[in-house]
Design a protein around this ligand. Structure first.
Ligand code: XBP
Ligand code: MG
Length: 243
C-alpha cells in the first residue's frame, strides 16, 4: 500500500540548476578571485557529478590551468556558494514545476508521508521549501552529506526509507535525472521521471513513467512514452499506471 512520496529537489521540484546553482557557483568563484566560470553548456556536463563540492573538485582535477584547492578551501568556497544560492531562492525568482504543490497538498491531506532525497545541501532544501510554503508538509529531509555516497548510489533513498520506517514497495520516488533514477531504482523504488532543462536527452530505462511534469488541473502533463495526457493524482499513484 502506498505510504509515502519521496521527491528529488533540483530539476524535480523546480528548475534551479542553470539560473540558481550555476550562477551561485560562478559568483562564489568571482568573489574568491578564481579565474574560471561555468557556462551553461559546461555546467550541463558537470551536472553528471552530483554534489557541489564534488563537482568543484572534479572540475579542478580536469583543468590544467586552474589553481589547485585543498578540501578545506573547497568546503569554504562551497559554503559561500550555498549562501549565494539561498539568497537567490529568497528573491523568489523561480517557480515550482507544474503539479508539485498540488500533489504535495493532496498527498498531505490524505495522510501520505512526504520526504526529500537529494544530493543538494540541507540549507538549500529548507530555503526552497520554506519559500514555497511547503516546509511543514515534509516529514523527512534526506540531503547532502548525510550519507557518504551521493546519487547514483542508492544511499540517500535507503536512508530516507529507514527514517520513514517503510519498505520500498510502499513509496514512489520523483526524479528528473538519470543519476537520480539510478539511485532510486538501486533502492528498488518505483520512479516517476519528469525530465528537466538539463536532463531532456538522458535515458530513463526502468522508470515507472516519464512525464513532461505532474500536470495541473487546467493543464495536464504529457506521458512522454505514450503521448497521453495525465494529471498525477494520489488516486492515480495508488491504482498504478493502468487508468
Ligand atoms: C542536484 C545536485 C546538487 C546541486 C548543487 O541535486 O547535484 O549538487 O547541483 O547543490 P538533486 P550543492 O539530487 O536535488 O537533483 O552545491 O548544495 O551540492
Ligand atoms: Mg535532480
Amino acid at each position: 500500500m502506498l505510504q509515502a512520496l519521496i521527491f528529488d529537489v533540483d530539476g524535480t521540484l523546480a528548475e534551479t540548476e542553470r539560473d540558481g546553482h550555476r550562477n551561485a557557483f560562478n559568483a562564489a568563484f568571482r568573489e574568491a578571485g578564481l579565474p574560471f566560470e561555468w557556462d551553461e553548456k559546461m555546467y550541463g556536463e558537470l551536472l553528471k557529478v552530483t554534489g557541489g563540492k564534488e563537482r568543484i573538485r572534479f572540475f579542478l582535477e580536469h583543468c590544467d590551468m586552474c589553481p589547485k584547492l585543498s578540501d578545506h578551501e573547497i568546503r569554504v568556497l562551497h559554503q559561500r556558494k550555498t549562501e549565494l544560492y539561498t539568497a537567490w531562492l529568497e528573491t523568489g525568482d523561480w517557480v515550482l514545476r507544474p503539479g508539485i504543490a498540488r500533489l504535495i497538498r493532496e498527498a498531505r491531506a490524505e495522510g501520505l508521508k512526504l520526504a526529500v532525497a537529494t544530493t543538494t545541501t540541507q540549507d538549500n532544501v529548507e530555503a526552497l521549501l520554506k519559500h514555497a510554503g511547503l516546509l511543514d508538509a515534509f516529514d523527512i529531509i534526506g540531503a547532502g552529506d548525510i550519507v557518504p555516497k551521493k546519487k547514483p548510489a542508492p544511499d540517500i533513498y535507503l536512508w530516507v526509507l529507514e527514517q520513514l520506517g517503510i519498505n520500498q514497495k510502499e513509496a514512489i520516488a520523483f526524479e528528473d535525472s538519470e543519476n537520480g533514477l539510478k539511485a532510486a531504482r538501486a533502492a528498488a523504488l518505483r520512479v516517476i521521471v519528469t525530465p528537466s532543462f538539463y536532463t531532456r536527452e538522458e535515458h530513463f530505462d526502468g522508470a515507472w513513467a516519464v512525464l513532461s511534469d505532474l500536470g495541473e488541473l487546467d493543464k495536464p502533463a504529457r506521458d512522454l512514452l505514450t503521448g497521453q495526457h495525465v494529471i498525477v493524482h494520489t488516486s492515480w499513484l495508488r491504482r498504478g499506471l493502468t487508468q
